[in-house]
Design a protein around this ligand. Structure first.
Ligand SMILES: O=C(CO)COP(=O)(O)O
Ligand SMILES: O=C[C@H](O)COP(=O)(O)O
Ligand SMILES: [Zn+2]
Ligand SMILES: [Zn+2]
Length: 359
């Protein structure tokens, strides 16, 4: 199968390249993993896996992840740390991505109503970057007003899409609530019905947003939950996405079987079948965070536990009391172990989503 036709084949891609990549994914039934990154280390772990798999990749920063990029010690009451951290992360990713020879979508995750100052700060940076370079700093953002009324969600999303459109910037929006927890918003007790989106809502969104810009996608709830839970506790219904596509196709009277571009949230802990079913109904992006966090820990944890006797003092270990331990406690050694196990988990996601070898 021919790969997506991109004008920029390596580094952060924007505008029509993002559209071409997502269209190619939808037509060829694969999805691109969106990995939540919080540091240069988690960025390189993700890029390395995508490079080795000859795959595109999406790197995203949450509001909390962006603040972490700036430093946990920076006050963030006015979102200034999240703004500065997201911008710093974006410049870092832009600088390093070309070294990996793959296209990278640079994205930001859930932005709820109370976090809109974060959004505005990033948009200011996008517009300043656009003035200088003719493209936005970020490939795309997510706005998540799914806690609000559908009317307000759609009106406000449309407002931001109008701001993004001249830059050909992608906007992901959410309808239907993702359960579990995201960025301090606790949706653990949300009633089941609001976890599933209705087809009429999807058509309404499509009808409102499409005339503004073609660069948008919908994270539609089909039972998705953030985090990892006991097997059986989460009931996904990816077939609902198929119903949405059918309904929108009928309303539009188009031949296009999959007019809508969907995003799958809460990807951790799902089965390969759930991924592939969702992908067959037009999902082009699957978010995986919790599984990556655990994978990153695993390498570091196992290293520390197995090398414990080499890590208690800077000098002196079972090989001799005068033996230096520098080569064991250098962060490039033990942090690297986390990168390796996280990278492996990214490889698994690329395989599960049919993304491997798509370049
Ligand atoms: O949806 C996500 C980020 O927006 C990730 O969800 P998980 O942590 O369940 O993988
Ligand atoms: O919302 C889901 C993502 O997993 C982001 O998580 P976070 O807010 O802990 O960074
Ligand atoms: Zn949400
Ligand atoms: Zn999410």
């Amino acid at each position: 199968m021919a790969s997506a036709r991109l004008s920029r084949k390596t580094g952060v891609i924007v505008g029509d390249d993002v559209l071409a990549l997502f269209n190619h994914a939808r037509e060829n039934k694969y999805a691109i993993p969106a990995i939540n990154v919080t540091s240069s280390s988690t960025v390189v772990a993700s890029l390395e896996a995508a490079r080795d798999a000859k795959s595109p990749i999406i790197l995203q920063m949450s509001q909390g992840g962006a603040a972490y990029f700036a430093g946990k010690g920076v006050p963030n009451g006015d979102q200034s740390a999240s703004i500065a951290g997201a911008i710093a992360g974006a410049h870092y990713i832009r600088a390093v991505a070309p070294a990996y020879g793959i296209p990278v979508v640079l994205h930001t995750d859930h932005c709820a109503k109370k976090l809109l100052p974060w959004f505005d700060g990033m948009f200011d940076a996008d517009e300043a970057y656009f003035k200088e370079h003719g493209e936005p700093l970020f490939s795309s953002h997510m706005i998540d007003l799914s806690e609000e009324s559908v009317e307000w969600n759609l009106k406000t999303t449309a407002h931001y899409l109008k701001r993004a459109a001249p830059m050909k910037q992608w906007l992901e929006m959410e309808i239907g609530i993702t359960g579990g927890e995201e960025d301090g918003v606790n949706n653990e007790s949300v009633d089941n019905n609001s976890l599933y989106t209705q087809p009429e809502d999807i058509y309404e969104i499509y009808k409102t947003l499409k005339p503004i810009s073609p660069y948008f996608s919908i994270a539609a709830g089909f039972g998705n939950v953030h985090g990892l839970y006991k097997p059986g506790n989460v009931k996904l219904h990816p077939e609902l996405l198929g119903k949405h596509q059918k309904y929108v196709k009928e309303q539009l009277k188009t031949d296009d079987e999959k007019p809508v571009t969907f995003v799958f949230h809460g990807g951790s802990g799902s089965s390969k079948k759930e991924y592939l079913d969702a992908i067959s109904y037009g999902v082009v992006k699957v978010n995986v965070d919790t599984d990556m966090q655990f994978a990153y820990l695993a390498g570091i944890r196992d290293y520390v536990l197995s090398k414990k006797d080499y890590l208690m003092t800077p000098v002196g270990n079972p090989d001799g009391e005068d033996k230096p331990n520098k080569k064991f406690f250098d962060p490039r050694v033990w942090v690297r172990e986390g990168e390796k196990t996280m990278s492996k988990r990214v490889t698994e996601a690329l395989n599960d989503f049919n993304c491997t070898g798509q370049l």
